[in-house]
Ligand binder design. Structure first.
Ligand code: UFG
Length: 341
């Protein structure tokens, strides 16, 4: 059974990837220091994998962590590198935190691959690398514009590190997945997103309003040049996103030579903030109090994926629609207890 190291494997996306790996015959090896994730997620992964994974409570910024994991595991066939901070607003307030964490961990991953002879890497990138794109539909060839946040810049810089390493003829097979907006939860409601503190993202905020944890959602701007005035994003179910990683590994694990490939992972369909709120209320029969506020600095009015390359080359496409995403997010929310209560 091939062993796949997941840095940040205890996070929202990592936990869903661990389950998909297990379901597809891989053995997930989680490396996480729990700096931005809750330990209780491990119970969910245990339940969904029948305990077929291993966990290393280590910091992936520390190069020695990889030596320790390799020694304990015997071998590592590939790495999925997810460990990173991801809050756009926080990165503007505290850029050094982002540069230190996101770039040091990427360096440590690539350094470990060089030193320890690990050839396969799938990197968790983001559509944030496109900055403010000229067209709202982006392909992988769309120009990389200046990042609008330190967070975005760290993703661009990490992609660049992979590119520079590729040019050295280092025998690596690398894939960069540019995620659009992952939402939802595992259909079992055994794992899902556990935001620490106030959610930054739209859907966990909505579910917390639905659950009565928060009074209302503020829509950040309804005066954009879109049909209903609110921002448009490409929301993708987290289980579909997890599948894209499994297919990416399948593509590179048994290949020889070196390669560097990039894929957009989105549905190809844009949905507005207002539509998300409306659909959530309808499919879950749960009212959401909404107020309309100012635009959030740094928001791109509209962006969604052209994901044709992922379909053609990986055989990947999203299976879940927006209704499923919002139903699963709500099922998950209902399993949670309000912190402090
Ligand atoms: N929004 C609100 N109210 C809220 C929260 C969000 O109106 O309380 C709006 C935002 O203004 C935006 C949309 O909902 O228009 C989506 O916002 P999210 O914060 O959920 O997602 P973003 O598109 O800003 O960011 C996400 C990830 C980033 C990633 C980025 C790429 O959080 O990590 O997508 O576009 F880089």
């Amino acid at each position: 059974m091939k062993k796949i190291l997941l840095t940040g494997g205890a996070g929202y996306i990592g936990s869903h990837i661990a389950v998909s790996l297990y379901e597809n015959g891989y053995f997930p090896v989680i490396l996480d220091n729990f700096s931005n994730s809750e330990r209780q997620v491990i119970n969910g992964i245990k339940a969904l994998t029948e305990n077929n994974f291993s966990l290393h409570d280590l910091d992936c910024k520390d190069p020695e962590s990889f030596d320790k994991v390799l020694e304990a595991e015997g071998r590592i066939d590939g790495i999925i590198h997810l460990a990173a901070y991801k809050a756009v607003g926080e990165s503007v307030q505290d850029p050094l935190k982002y540069y230190h964490n996101n770039m040091t961990s990427m360096w440590a991953v690539l350094d470990a691959m060089e030193r320890l002879g690990i050839e396969n890497l799938v990197f968790s990138s983001s559509c944030t690398v496109y900055g403010t794109p000229e067209n709202e539909v982006v392909t992988e060839e769309t120009a990389i514009n200046p990042a609008f946040s330190p967070y975005g810049y760290t993703k661009q810089a990490c992609e660049r590190m992979m590119e520079d390493l590729h040019k050295t003829n280092s025998r690596k097979k690398q894939i960069r997945l540019r995620y659009f907006n992952p939402i939802g939860a595992h259909p079992s409601a055994v794992i899902g997103e556990l935001p620490i503190g106030t959610p930054n993202n739209l859907v966990p905020y909505i579910t917390q309003v639905g659950a009565g944890w928060r009074e209302q959602i503020t829509v950040f701007g309804n005066d954009y040049e879109t049909a209903d005035g609110t921002c448009i994003r490409d929301y993708i179910h987290v289980v579909d996103l997890a599948e894209a990683h499994v297919l990416s590994l399948g593509r590179i694990l048994d290949k020889s030579g070196s390669s560097l490939e990039t894929f957009n992972i989105g549905t190809g369909k844009g949905t507005s903030v207002q539509e998300i709120i409306d659909i959530f209320q309808e499919v879950n029969n749960t009212p959401i109090k909404v107020v309309y506020g100012d635009r959030r600095p740094g928001d791109v009015p509209s962006i969604y994926a052209n994901a044709d390359r992922a379909y053609k080359e990986l055989g990947w496409s999203a299976k879940y629609g927006i209704e499923d995403c919002l139903k699963h997010a709500w099922h998950w929310q209902k399993t949670l207890t309000k912190p402090g209560s």
